[in-house]
Design a protein around this ligand. Structure first.
Ligand SMILES: [Zn+2]
Length: 91
């Protein structure tokens, strides 16, 4: 019998709901490449987690929740790229 792996829990930075790490979308700030959606979930840098919910992304991007979580100012260009990346993941 296969042992069930322990799945770490993470909290969405907007709605504060705790979920399995795999069910959340990670966003990361890299010193060289800036802020982007980390689909591998393994990229180095300061990361934050969000639900795959449009509401959460909307607030994260428009109410500066993301800036706060990543301790940076997310540029408009970065926001556009983020929206593009999540458009396939978020219904
Ligand atoms: Zn959320």
């Amino acid at each position: 019998m296969q042992r069930r792996k322990h799945v770490p829990q993470r909290t969405c930075i907007v709605c504060r709901q705790k979920k399995d790490k795999r069910r959340l979308i990670r966003i990361v700030r890299d010193r060289d490449t800036g802020v982007f959606v980390d689909l591998s979930g393994k990229h180095n840098g300061r990361g934050a987690y969000l639900c795959p919910e449009l509401n959460c992304w909307d607030k994260a991007l428009n109410k500066n929740v993301l800036d706060h979580a990543l301790r940076t100012e997310v540029s408009e260009a970065e926001k556009e790229k983020i929206i593009e990346s999540i458009s396939q993941l978020v219904p």
